[in-house]
Structure formats: C-alpha cells, structure tokens
Design a protein around this ligand. Structure first.
Ligand code: NI
Length: 287
C-alpha cells in the first residue's frame, strides 16, 4: 500500500464540472470528496446519512427551510440526516465533503442534470448504476418478491433499515473493495428501477460471478439478457476479467437458459456453505 499525501489544491484544479463530487480518499466505509459549487443546488435530504461540508475556497451557504448557514474557507458544517438542505454559491466555491460511501449527492431526489452519475454503463434500453441507500425501498420490494426468494434465496431484508444495511454491507462494500458489485438496473427512458445485475466476488468462489434479478412485471422483455450482456462486456473492457462464472439453482430454468445464451457452460455442482443448496456452477471465458 502506498501512503502519499493528497494535495487538495491540485485535485481541485482538475475538477471542471460544478456539482460533481470527486472521491479523493476512502476510510472506514466513508468517502472524502471534493466538489465545486456554483449557483443553487436542488433541495434534497439524505434519509440515513449525515454529511460534512468543509469550505475550501470561496464562500457558499447551506440553505435549510428555516435558516441559512454561510461557510467561508476553513469553516465546516454537519448537515444531519433527514434534514432538507441545498448548497448555494453566488460565485464559484469549493468544498470538501465527508460522508458514507455511495451517498447520492441529490439524496432523495433524482435530478436530470444535478444527480451525479453513479452511472456504470448503458445498454440500448437500460441504465446500470451503483446502488445507494436511497434505493432501499426498491431493494425491499425486489428481495421479498416470491420469485426472488424461490430462485435466489431469502436475504431476510424486510424493512427499509434492513435494506440500507444490505446495500451498505453488500454492494457498496464490494464497490469499495473491488470496483464492482451488484448494480441497479433502470429503464433508460423513465428511470424506473426494474432489477439488479452485476458482478460479485464471494469468499467461497475463486472466480468473479455474474448475478441478476428482476421484478416479475419486467420479465419476458429481454432486459435480463440485455443487462447481463452489458455487464459481461463491461467486465472485459473495464476490468480485464478473463473468466466469469455464475451459480444457479438447478430448478431455475429461465436463468439457466439465459446463461447458455450468453455462452456460459455448466461445469460442476457446488455448495456455498456446508448446509446450503446444491447449485450448478456455469463458466465462461471472456476475450
Ligand atoms: Ni446533501
């Protein structure tokens, strides 16, 4: 591990876009980011995260519904979770942010231009992006769908808090460690979340495996294969992965058909835990 200083001024100089936070350091599941402000941001709140703003250059204010706090260089402020706020800068200003990894900059609001892309890849009809705590309601719905419980398993995620913990300890922890994980799949046209698809690195498997799950309302339209093909191509192009595997219950014939269409071949059977179900392991060489 290389331990080197991070020169805030140099990193700021490289930022050209306003309202696009750039991660400069990660620690303990948190991220340190730099961002340039100009104009007024969108009103939003973060249900589960407190955010620290430290003013680096210029002057900006954090507006709340009932008061305004002005920050000059060297001053910092913690915006508590659940409190609606928006940063505003009349002239360009810059800030250092400290908050849990994976926080969406516009919190509970999906804004067409201001929401920073946690965007991973696009396919013809779909957009894949990193999951964040704001996706908790969707995750509760997906993971409790009878088809998910039957074909994948019961993750025992019942409440929004369960889902936030699942997102933080599962996908977000994996993004931090490996740069990949399960991503949210949304329809490009409407932004509607329809499922998850992505890559996993499990303790119990040597290879990276591909995983996917969609709400039944969106089945039979080719979305699963479209997103999985997108992830497969992304794994090759962006990560240089040479081989992917997939694990699937023998009864899950629709996923097996999909894997075979994607050139995965059955290799062996496997159990992830001693008392776990017997699974089929499929493999695919990438080029
Ligand atoms: Ni915020």
């Amino acid at each position: 591990m290389i331990i080197e200083p991070i020169v805030v001024r140099d990193r700021l100089a490289r930022i050209t876009e306003h309202w696009r936070p750039e991660v400069i350091a990660r620690l303990n599941g948190q991220e340190v980011k730099l961002v340039k402000f100009k104009g007024a941001f969108v009103w939003h709140r973060h249900e589960a995260e407190d955010e620290l703003f430290l003013c680096v250059d210029g002057t900006f204010r954090i507006e709340f519904r009932d008061r305004v706090v002005v920050l000059a260089p060297g001053a910092c402020l913690v915006v508590p979770r659940g409190v609606e706020h928006r940063p505003v800068a009349d002239e360009e200003a810059s800030a250092l942010l400290f908050e849990p990894a994976g926080v969406r900059n516009t919190g509970d609001v999906e804004h067409p231009t201001l929401t920073a892309p946690s965007h991973v890849l696009d396919t013809e009809r779909l957009r894949l992006r990193r999951l964040c705590s704001d996706d908790a309601a969707f995750i509760v719905e997906l993971l409790n769908d009878p088809s998910f419980i039957e074909n994948i398993g019961d993750r025992k995620v019942r409440t929004l808090d369960d889902a936030r913990a699942y997102i933080a300890n599962g996908p977000v922890a994996m993004y931090e460690r490996f740069g990949f994980g399960l991503f949210l799949v949304a329809l490009k046209e409407t932004g509607t979340p329809i499922g998850i698809c992505g890559l996993l690195k499990r303790e119990t498997l040597n290879d990276i495996d591909i995983g996917f799950a969609f709400l039944p309302a969106h089945w039979s339209r080719g979305y699963a294969i479209e997103s999985a093909m997108g992830v497969k191509a992304w794994a090759t192009a962006e990560l240089g992965v040479k081989r992917l595997v997939a694990i699937v219950l023998p009864a899950n014939t629709s996923s097996i058909r999909l894997l075979e269409k994607m050139d995965f071949r059955a290799e062996t059977t496997i159990r992830l835990t001693d008392c776990g179900d017997e699974l089929l392991l499929y493999g695919c060489a990438l080029d």
